[in-house]
Design a protein around this ligand. Structure first.
Ligand code: 6GU
Length: 289
């Protein structure tokens, strides 16, 4: 995978991308990264690339020509016209599915805006994909570009080692990841769930699946509606409806089952009345299907 980034802050991209797993993948040749400073394509040669918006209003607009020149110079050099992703809160919201799709490309160009935006005419000419990373506003497209490049890179063969492989992580099967524990067995009075020390592989797998279901229900119930649930999943979820509700203070009604101690993540076991309502509907639907 070859990444190209058109930006006013190439050092921000370079610093962020030459670190950790992505940095290793670039050093190892699985990924390549080239940043292009849009300022180098300023019309006046003084580095100025923005101007006042026609029609008035606050802020400045990045002009079409410097961006177009930076783009044309790049595609000339690489000899192809890859997809161009423009990072904007007005775009389609990025997802794991989109990361998997972009990962099948050989080359990707990211266009990062700043100020109030970019002259629409150059966007019409060069951009193939408008992408947002969520419903909040950031000061520029650099962090979103890095978010996308990171998520896409994980899906590129060779970037992750077997240990790091994303095969069983959140979203792969439509559920959130289960909680993880490492040494020591007791930390500040908190025990590792006993089932994880039991050595019983089947029970461990079942517990993890249940925790994934519970977490997804509590934090992202809309994902649970789309997940594939088998008989054992439904049976676990049904059992949650029979438990006494957890108070607002997070007091556990069922100590000793090995699920306490995760309340901080919003996934203490007792369900709120609202969660029970969601779950009841979901089970009715899932049992019909
Ligand atoms: Cl892609 N850009 C900016 N500036 N803000 C954002 C965004 C992108 N996605 C969410 N917020």
């Amino acid at each position: 995978m070859n990444y190209y980034v058109l930006t006013l802050f190439p050092e921000m991209i370079e610093n962020g991308m030459h670190t950790s797993i992505i940095g290793r993948a670039i050093a190892g040749g699985c990924l390549s990264l080239e940043t292009v400073n849009i300022r180098d394509y300023s019309l006046t040669g003084n580095g100025r690339i923005d101007d006042y918006p026609y029609g008035g209003g606050a802020g400045m607009v990045m002009q079409a020509e410097p961006i177009c020149r930076a783009y044309e110079d790049l595609v000339q050099r690489i000899g192809k016209r890859p997809r161009v992703v423009y990072l904007t809160p007005q775009g389609r919201v990025f997802s794991q599915q989109m990361a998997e799709e972009f990962a099948r490309e050989q080359d990707l160009i990211f266009l990062c805006g700043h100020y109030e935006g970019i002259d629409e005419r150059v966007l019409e000419e060069i951009v193939t994909d408008h992408v947002s990373i969520g419903d909040y506003v950031l000061t520029g497209g650099e962090l979103p570009a890095m978010v996308m490049m990171d998520a896409i890179a994980r899906m590129v063969p060779g970037v992750l080692s077997n240990r790091e492989s994303g095969q069983y992580e959140s979203f792969q099967d439509g559920l959130l990841e289960y909680p993880q524990y490492s040494r020591p067995e007791e930390w500040r009075g908190k025990q590792v769930p006993p089932v994880l020390l039991s050595g019983h592989h089947g029970n461990v797998e079942r517990w993890r699946r249940d925790q994934s279901l519970l977490r997804t229900l509590k934090n992202r119930p809309e994902l649970l509606a789309g997940a594939e649930l088998d008989k054992k999943d439904r049976s676990f979820l049904r059992s949650l409806l029979d438990e006494t509700p957890t108070g607002q203070d997070g007091q556990e009604p069922d100590a000793g089952c090995g699920t306490s101690g995760t309340a901080g993540m919003g996934d203490g076991k007792g369900l709120t009345p609202e969660e029970k309502k969601i779950l009841t509907k979901l089970l009715a639907f899932s049992e019909k299907a």
